[in-house]
Design a protein around this ligand. Structure first.
Ligand SMILES: [Zn+2]
Length: 215
């Protein structure tokens, strides 16, 4: 980019910020940084790592507990479509991925149904893969039916709600798969995805999420 063009872009950004001051999507304070310094500092990396009694998911990793600011970030992205958070959150996913360094063949964002995609305009799980190795990110899972939002259901209803919701059309026999999502609470979504992946031959399914519900 030429210097003049870059100066013009900076001027335009400054003008937009002056007319529409950017607000932290978590606390709504005017802030240059997204999230603001105060919300950023309230996020504490806890390095969750567990193998669960879930039969199909092999391992789960997350930096954050799904509470306080971390939960607010997840909700702001997913329900309020605050895509300005993608840069920060995908950087965190990248750091976690590097810290874990799992041996994997493919990365699969948890898909959302096309009707929800057209309403939201983006898939938050795919957005969180933005800084992961792009040559590994595939679309090996498809959501073949629409389901109720999990957040409105009890743990028992969550599992039933998702039965048969995903399908893996790819050849992944013997492959190690990293599933990516924003949050892991009961594990029902990850487990149902892992079921489809393992039925298609995956040998291992790990889960990388921004936040987990504390156990
Ligand atoms: Zn804030």
């Amino acid at each position: 980019m030429s210097e003049a063009k870059s100066l013009l872009n900076s001027f335009f950004d400054a003008l937009v910020s002056a007319v529409y001051p950017r607000k932290c999507p978590v606390c709504r304070r005017v802030s240059g940084a997204i999230p603001c310094a105060r919300c950023g500092q309230s996020l504490v990396r806890e390095n969750f790592r567990f193998e669960l009694p879930l039969p199909l998911v092999d391992e789960v990793r997350a930096f954050y507990s799904y509470e306080a600011s971390a939960a607010e970030l997840v909700k702001a992205l997913k329900y309020r479509r605050e895509t300005s958070l993608v840069r920060f959150m995908s950087n965190e996913m990248h750091d976690l991925f590097l810290a874990w360094d799992p041996e994997i063949d493919t990365i699969v964002p948890v898909p959302i149904h096309r009707s929800r995609l057209s309403w939201r305009g983006f898939n938050q799980a795919s957005s969180l893969c933005e800084r992961l190795p792009s040559h590994l990110v595939g679309q090996d899972l498809v959501r073949i039916r629409r389901t109720m939002p999990q957040v409105k259901l009890t743990p028992e209803e969550r599992s039933a709600n998702l039965v048969g919701a995903f399908r893996c059309p790819s050849d992944i026999v013997g492959k190690r798969v990293l599933l990516v999502d924003d949050v892991f609470t009961t594990g029902a979504t990850a487990n149902e995805c892992a079921k489809a992946l393992k039925e298609a031959g995956a040998s291992w399914v790990g889960v990388l999420v921004f936040a987990v519900r504390r156990r």
